[in-house]
Design a protein around this ligand. Structure first.
Ligand code: SF4
Ligand code: SF4
Ligand code: SF4
Length: 282
């Protein structure tokens, strides 16, 4: 799997774990029962099960990188298209699942299923104190700048992959740090991913979801797709415009007209609203 071949023994349990966590999170969101306690339980489950137990294989970064590398191989050897394309299908299906879920329900996958997102979110809770009525991130970079950086990395990844055939994102993919318990026999091969994962997690103390918002290629795709998501957090008629939710939102997405493209469904806004005026709905 780590060299890009489809291994159903690894992939199928992973996909099932993703699906189960996704459905559980969606049930709580749709019933408007998601709160801080439930979200923390889901975050921990996501870090443990698809994360450390299943090794975060596959993950969206890996899927995107493998699809691009597949196209590199097809460009190099067009006659092998009929052999290469079927091997890419599992990755394409996984990526389509992530994208479709984002169009339907916004960033629930990023919020409660992705182990790397969950780990960053959980660490960010150290920064967040609901009694302090504003977000406390030490570094708060505006989303528009983050998107330029993320887009730049995405384009660079495609150019390098399609021209010289190097899977640059796979080299720096912090998801691979979750394979620590699967690779105990060859610890040297995962030292770099563990260091990368540690850097991302430590940075999460100071920047809200640094990997998601600065580097993750799927984060950029999800940012674009979730603008059009059918279900999202919306204010109801009970809103008195007190703006408490806007002060605690780590991505500044809680204002009324927001398209919620950078909303990670963290429910900080829901928890702090004095009028129970934020619902997950059409
Ligand atoms: S943006 Fe990327 S790393 Fe972050 S939660 Fe989504 S898929 Fe995971
Ligand atoms: S916290 Fe609630 S009442 Fe206040 S602005 Fe936000 S949605 Fe409206
Ligand atoms: S609007 Fe902001 S505070 Fe509310 S769930 Fe989304 S990211 Fe969290």
């Amino acid at each position: 799997m780590t060299n890009g071949t489809f291994n159903p023994i690894i992939m199928v349990p992973m996909f099932i774990a993703y699906l189960i966590l996704f459905v559980i999170a969606e049930i709580f969101l749709l019933k408007n029962k998601m709160n801080k306690k439930i979200s923390i339980i889901l975050l921990i489950l996501s870090i443990i099960i698809p994360g450390f137990i299943l090794g975060a294989l596959a993950n969206p970064v890996f899927a995107i990188q493998q699809i691009i590398m597949g196209f590199y191989n097809i460009i190099q050897n067009p006659v092998a298209f009929s052999m290469i394309f079927p091997s890419l299908l599992p990755m394409i299906i996984i990526l389509l699942f992530f994208i479709l879920s984002t169009i339907l329900f916004g960033r629930t996958f990023c919020a409660y299923v992705c182990p790397l997102g969950s780990a960053q979110e959980l660490i960010s809770r150290v920064q967040f104190k609901s009694k302090i009525k504003k977000s406390k991130y030490i570094v708060n970079i505006p989303s528009k700048y983050l998107n330029y950086v993320r887009l730049g990395f995405f384009i660079l990844m495609i150019i390098i992959a399609l021209t010289v055939g190097i899977a640059i994102f796979q080299l720096i993919n912090p998801f691979m740090g979750f394979t620590i318990f699967r690779n105990l026999t060859s610890i040297t091969t995962i030292i770099l991913p563990i260091i990368l994962l540690a850097i991302v997690l430590i940075s999460s103390l100071f920047i809200y979801r640094p990997w998601c918002r600065i580097f993750c290629p799927f984060g950029m795709i999800a940012w674009l797709m979730s603008r059009f998501s059918i279900f999202k957090l919306r204010r109801t008629a009970d809103c008195t415009d007190c703006k408490a939710c806007e002060k605690v939102c780590p991505t500044k997405e809680s204002y009324r007209e927001s398209k919620k493209s950078a909303c990670y469904q963290c429910v900080r806004c829901i928890d702090i609203c004095p009028n129970d005026a934020i619902k997950f709905k059409k």
